[in-house]
Ligand binder design. Structure first.
Ligand code: HEC
Ligand code: HEC
Length: 325
């Protein structure tokens, strides 16, 4: 008996040591770096900043960037604290992406922006963890539009010297970034925007490739496939435990066509109102982090609707957020 306890005791001690060593290793290793390898074509990229691109980029930014990078105090994309990121991941803020050459991204080349927005890898090989989304499925032309807009004289981007210190991520995030989350590859072939006459293909692009609605609306950020979104756990079935700016839990909605737990009984008008204006057909607003996608056209929203009809319905009753009062 005594011997057994001794063996158990040793085994336990060895386990504790091993776990301690693994944690210490992660702590010092931190978020992995990745080689900066844009290749000659991306390195030489020069995006012609014509007015069509700048306008399209501004529209895309209201869907994809401003929500996180805009500080209401400065009225510009100077970055902000992100209280909606669960504390278990560390204290995170978005960064200054105004045209300031020293404190923003004014000195980045078009190629550096392209490579970063696709993969999250900086020129100095640092990798931005998943709080900064990556856009591996966005059409090249749309990505060029975002870059053209980032270079424009939009007042949101006017140079500002405010600067946050680099983010420090905690052990849990370091752990995830070493075992489960990696930079997506740069697409090998050009990605084009499907023709609007093919509603389902166009809707799939707007939903998955451009807006990444699936990212919030599937089960779990850590169990997603950014290259093949359809393979994400609980694809469009909702329940992803997100937080609002007060740190309260706001699970995402099931937007598959399941008639009981999804939106299978909705009309297209209700869907448009919810997606574009954040209106809940049961009355009142939909809550943050769902935000009104006002710059989507009806053609785009209707195409998302057509695409969602083709997504397998999932039975998943989500316990929805109810404000206290
Ligand atoms: C969900 C929030 C979120 C969204 C949406 C978002 N960002 Fe970010 N962004 C971040 C965070 C957080 C960081 C800091 C990452 C880090 O510490 O490495 C960041 C970093 C960046 C950087 C690097 C800045 C630097 O100095 O290192 C650029 C450039 C950038 N974002 C551009 C964009 C653009 C363009 C869009 C839209 C197409 C966008 N971001 C959308 C949160 C976001
Ligand atoms: C940043 C995360 C996020 C993104 C991106 C997002 N949503 Fe949402 N969405 C939510 C959350 C959270 C809710 C639930 C809000 C609530 O309960 O009030 C929601 C609710 C909805 C609803 C209401 C469903 C219901 O049953 O009430 C619809 C429809 C919807 N989203 C469509 C979309 C579409 C289409 C897109 C892409 C264009 C999208 N969402 C992108 C987080 C997101």
């Amino acid at each position: 008996m005594k011997r057994l306890f001794k063996i158990l005791g040793y085994t336990f001690a060895v386990l504790v040591l091993l776990i301690g060593a693994a944690l210490a290793f992660l702590y010092f290793k931190g978020i992995p770096t990745y080689p900066y390898e844009p290749g000659p074509e991306i390195s030489a990229l020069k995006v012609e900043p014509d007015s069509t691109r700048v306008a399209r980029g501004a529209k895309i930014a209201t869907l994809l960037c401003n929500e996180c990078h805009k500080d209401n105090a400065t009225g510009r994309l100077t970055g902000r604290g992100m209280p909606d990121i669960p504390a278990v991941f560390g204290k995170v803020h978005s960064l200054n992406i105004t045209n300031d050459r020293d404190h923003g991204i004014g000195a980045w080349t078009d190629g550096e922006l392209y490579y970063f927005l696709r993969t999250g890898i900086h020129k100095d090989e640092r990798w931005s963890p998943p709080f900064m989304p990556k856009f591996p499925l966005m059409a090249d032309e749309d990505l060029y539009s975002v870059i053209a807009w980032l270079r424009s004289d939009d007042p949101l981007l006017a140079a500002d010297s405010r600067e946050y210190p680099p983010n420090e991520f905690n052990l849990f995030m370091k752990f995830l970034c070493n075992i489960a989350m990696f930079p997506p590859p740069v697409p090998e072939q050009a990605i084009t925007i499907p023709d609007t006459t093919d509603k389902v293909a166009f809707g799939r692009y707007v939903a998955n490739g451009l807006c990444a609605c699936y990212a919030c609306h599937s089960a779990d950020f850590a169990k997603q496939d950014p290259i093949h979104p359809e393979k994400s756990l609980g694809f469009y079935g909702g329940g992803n435990p997100m937080l609002n700016l007060d740190g309260e839990l706001v699970p995402t909605a099931n937007i598959t066509m399941d008639k009981e737990t999804g939106i299978g009984t909705w009309t297209i008008e209700q869907f448009r109102d919810a997606t574009k204006y954040g209106k809940n057909p049961k009355g009142g607003p939909l809550h943050y982090p769902m935000f009104p996608h006002t710059t989507l056209t009806d053609t785009e929203v209707d195409a998302i609707w057509a695409y969602l009809q083709t997504v397998p319905p999932l039975k998943n009753a989500v316990a929805r957020y109810k404000p206290a009062n």
